[in-house]
Design a protein around this ligand. Sequence first.
Ligand SMILES: [Zn+2]
Length: 217
Amino acid sequence: MSRDPDDVESERRTLISEFLPLFYDKGWVAGTGGGICAVLDDRTMLMAPTGVHKERVAPGDLFVVDRDGRVVRPPQNATLRLTECGAVFCAVVNRRKAGSVMHSHALSAVLAGDLAEGKDRIVIRDLEMLKGIQGGTNADHHAVPVIENTAREPELVGRILDALDRPEFGKAACVLVRNHGAYIWGDDLWDAKRHAEVYHFLFEAVVARTRVGGSLR
Ligand SMILES: [Zn+2]
């Protein structure tokens, strides 16, 4: 029996409001940056507001938008504005069939992007944590695309779609944006949370290894 859509929406609103303080505590959405979305059905999804303290976003503060990012139902609080990440979230959801996407401004994501040094990717290997990526093994040479930043977040969409369409990035559930952060996704909210934890660990690991004289091979 399929679940009542209102129950599904209520559950996902609550989960987002529970996840954002966890992300904030890790430094992933500090300074009102970053964001998150969760698919509700094949037409709509929930998105967080922009420019607000992410650790205090309440279940009722989320927007319901369609799969093209148009607002279907705004939150009651009319001062809230929709996340700037909306166009990118829609691109990842529609192209990768993701159920949830989070956007991180973590320092580790910025520093990991620096390791690309002009190339279009970093390749992560020799870490047990690679098993935490869907379909991953600790023998993988895991390629994560790195794209250049743009002045405004919606302008990233073309670059992200280019990366998502490339077969060598088929296993990646993350795109790094140079000098900015990362978009990380999963099949549902829990899967996106797991991938966010795994990728941030991997970012910290490759940055730390480089600092102690190793190299990103
Ligand atoms: Zn951002």
